[in-house]
Design a protein around this ligand. Sequence first.
Ligand code: ADP
Ligand code: MG
Length: 153
Amino acid sequence: MRFHTAHPDETAHLAPKIVSEAARLQHNHAVIICLSGDLGAGKTTLVKGIAQELGILETITSPTFVILKKYHLPESSAYASQFTYLIHIDAYRLQGGADMQALGFIEMTQDPSSLIVIEWPERIKDALPNGIVNVIIEHVGMSERNILITIKE
Ligand code: ADP
Ligand code: MG
């Protein structure tokens, strides 16, 4: 699926589509949403939309320095029966799957109740299982973005 957005809110509003695609991927491990794109493309902006769609009320901030943040879905979430946690990872400062292993990421990916969103997934490609919604955000103007969503069953 291809989209064009001209405002950060429009990018965030793609979240319901992305989350419903993720929820459709039935797996015995975590479902992963990969967000690719340059610095300032709008990856974190989209994560804010995803958190809102999941009913998470906490403020989402970029985990660039902490690498990983974990949020609990409230019981009132439309997705509460499928997901317990949203895990937001910024892999920018990581070097490969071995780093993810050291952070306990492998165990995290084995929990089917987790929805994991990863910025800079290219850094840890070798540590990712199947069951991925891939989102590529291309910076094409000051506030214009081309966004490509593909599914890896
Ligand atoms: P990233 O996490 O990819 O580095 P951020 O989401 O932190 O990017 O920042 C994106 C920046 O670009 C924000 O300041 C946002 O307001 C701005 N922006 C402008 N137009 C758009 C758009 N169409 N979609 C997403 N972000 C946009
Ligand atoms: Mg970011």
